[in-house]
Design a protein around this ligand. Structure first.
Ligand code: NSP
Length: 229
């Protein structure tokens, strides 16, 4: 079994919980509370900015042009294409995309990007890929599961979102990351494979937590700066 297949199998419990999460299921049913959509978009805009920064660190650790090209293409996709599903959520929430940008990250999203940043700064390319992969991979499978389960048509409010993530482009990009990870995993020590598995599982946990964060509109416990005495 390839390393990425092993990762998928070992984290099936979390993938299943993600598919059943009320926010994700709400996308399939075409019914997500507006506040949750807004909370999601605000956090996800900044999350994806951080995600591109991490790909940038991966570029700086790349030893050849094939790897540089791999990460460059992923940045291009996030920058130019992943705005489409955000627009779908904005349209359904009745808000303007530009008004959703520049907000501080809620605790879970903040934790998630710092987890990836940690592995980006301290790990090698394989470890970075493990921290990054649950992001495209869980969304690809969410798109596939919701398509199968709800068979959305053009009148479905979240049809563009579901179609986008179930699409061949996302499958192709995720497949490229998986293939590169499988190559890198073949030449590392058992100890390093354990570190890689831990990075992957924590990102899966944080994917699930991100949906919960948006659904419950999670905020920091104290929001305003308390005046110093
Ligand atoms: C938190 C999160 N995870 C994954 C994706 C899909 N790239 C996303 N937009 N946001």
């Amino acid at each position: 079994m390839t390393f990425s297949k092993e990762l998928r199998k070992e984290n099936d419990d979390i993938f299943k919980k993600i598919f059943r999460h009320p926010f994700v299921d709400g996308i399939g049913k075409g019914d997500v509370p507006k506040e949750a959509l807004v909370h999601y978009i605000k956090a996800d805009f900044e999350y994806l900015n951080a995600f591109m920064h991490i790909y940038g660190i991966a570029v700086s650790k790349s030893g050849n042009r094939d790897d540089i090209s791999l990460f460059h293409d992923q940045i291009g996709f996030v920058l130019n294409s992943e705005t489409h599903p955000h627009h779908n959520f904005c349209d359904q929430a009745g808000v303007v995309y530009e008004d959703m940008q520049g907000y501080p990250l809620p605790p879970t999203a903040d934790h998630y990007i710092k987890h990836m940043m940690y592995h980006a700064h301290t790990g090698d390319l394989g470890e970075i890929l493990c921290a990054l992969l649950p992001c495209p991979w869980t969304y690809l499978e969410i798109g596939q599961v919701l398509t199968e389960q709800y068979e959305p048509n053009d009148s479905h409010p979240f049809n563009p979102w579901i179609k986008f993530y179930a699409d061949a482009e996302v499958r192709g990009l995720t497949g490229k990351l998986r293939n590169r990870l499988d190559e890198l995993a073949e030449v590392v020590s058992e100890q390093q494979r354990t570190r890689m598995k831990e990075a992957f599982r924590k990102s899966c946990q944080l994917e699930l937590a991100f949906w919960e964060m948006a659904y419950t509109c999670e905020e920091w416990p104290v929001q305003k700066v308390v005046a110093q005495q």
